[in-house]
Design a protein around this ligand. Structure first.
Ligand SMILES: Nc1nc2c(ncn2[C@@H]2O[C@H](COP(=O)(O)OP(=O)(O)OP(=O)(O)O)[C@@H](O)[C@H]2O)c(=O)[nH]1
Length: 343
């Protein structure tokens, strides 16, 4: 099973384009126009920034729904997670990258490679710089990397403005502007937008600016599809594998697994995080439910233990796994149920 992040031209993007591998080329051939004559725009955006800069929180605020795992501990986002912003005038596919940092370990080097790879494919980049922290060597390192990708517009998003007063924000903006001129050369940033994902200040302005930077294109994803979260897909696979272990003949295709929620448990000490993972297993008949659960729940406990180990290894965090077995009668023959189960 692949554990790498999905790239912006990954499986779902291809699906939305009817199987064409090159999303970036084919979509430009058929752009729609809105009533006011302005073209509909759609494309890929990557939010970068050092660990804890607020990338995941801003992704959630833009999408309007919790999609990424946020935490006050740095480096929680190991995989690229996408959220999709649907608006009347365009669509943004957000690629949330892990904290870009100076490579110290092999994993760090791998992460940096992934980030650079991702950035090579997007249409615009939002560089998150927290308003309440001084610009440091980590930020300069990232800015220099971005300078190597000059073709993409880079917007400075000055995050967490709710944490500072007016004067401090003004000085932060001045510092960010000069970082852009020094590191990127020329006119520096394509734009600077102060934003707070917590109180909502200018979140829609960030979306306006980024949509304006996208190429004219028809929507790349169907409306309502908010996220293509590789974690959820992989978690579902791990549970499905564990649930089918030893009973494949009895439950050939009758098992659908849906990840309802992956959320960090609140009120945990910073050094002991816990993820709550809630998963539903759908079978077609009560006889199949009995097989999955086993005598006195013994089999379901084994399934839970096996799946939990895999999920913890995947996400790198202790996990509380909550499994529920439900009957969805004849789900394989019912289009409505199939849609609900993600088929
Ligand atoms: N007050 C305030 N806090 C914020 C804001 N945005 C993020 N935070 C907090 O800053 C911390 C880091 O935010 P994340 O969104 O997880 O940061 P990230 O850049 O995705 O971090 P990594 O996954 O480590 O790269 C969390 O504790 C957030 O709650 C904001 O606009 N205002």
């Amino acid at each position: 099973m692949s554990r790498g992040p999905a790239s912006p031209s990954g499986s779902n993007a291809r699906r939305a384009e009817g199987g064409t591998p090159s999303v970036l080329q084919s979509r430009r051939e058929a752009a729609d126009t809105q009533d006011d004559g302005a073209p509909y725009r759609a494309g890929f955006v990557s939010l970068v920034g050092r660990p804890n800069a607020g990338k995941s929180t801003l992704t959630n605020a833009l999408v309007g729904q919790k999609v990424a795992i946020t935490s006050s501990r740095p480096q929680t986002t190991r995989h690229t997670i996408r959220g999709i912003v649907h608006r009347a005038d365009g669509q943004l596919i957000l690629v949330d990258t892990p904290g870009l940092h100076r490579p110290r370990t092999l994993l760090g080097q791998r992460l940096n490679d992934l980030v650079t790879e991702t950035l090579g494919e997007v249409d615009a980049i939002g560089f998150c710089l927290p308003a309440d922290e001084k610009i440091g060597p980590g930020d300069r390192f990232i800015a220099e990397k971005l300078a190597g990708l000059r073709r993409r517009p880079v917007y400075a998003l000055v995050t967490k403005t709710d944490r500072v007063g007016r004067d401090a924000l003004a000085s932060a903006l001045v510092a960010v502007e000069s970082l852009g001129r020094d590191a990127l050369g020329g006119e520096g940033w394509a734009g600077i937008v102060p934003v707070s994902a917590v109180d909502g200040f200018q979140v829609s302005t960030v979306a306006d600016v980024l949509i304006g930077a996208m190429p004219p294109s028809p929507p790349l994803y169907p409306d309502g599809e908010l996220t293509d979260e590789p974690e959820a897909v992989m978690v579902a696979e791990l549970v499905r594998e564990a649930a089918l272990e030893g009973v494949r003949d009895e439950l050939p295709h009758s098992l659908a697994v849906v990840v309802e929620e992956i959320l960090p448990r609140e009120d945990r000490p910073e050094d002991r995080p816990l993820l709550d993972v809630r998963v539903n297993l759908f079978v077609e008949r009560s006889s199949q439910k009995a097989i999955v659960i086993g005598r006195g729940g013994s089999r379901l406990r084994e399934v839970g233990t096996a799946a939990r180990k895999g999920i913890e290894a995947l996400l790198g965090t202790p996990v509380y796994l909550d499994l529920h077995v439900k009957i969805a009668k004849d789900w394989q023959r019912d289009p409505k149920q199939l849609a609900r189960l993600g088929f």
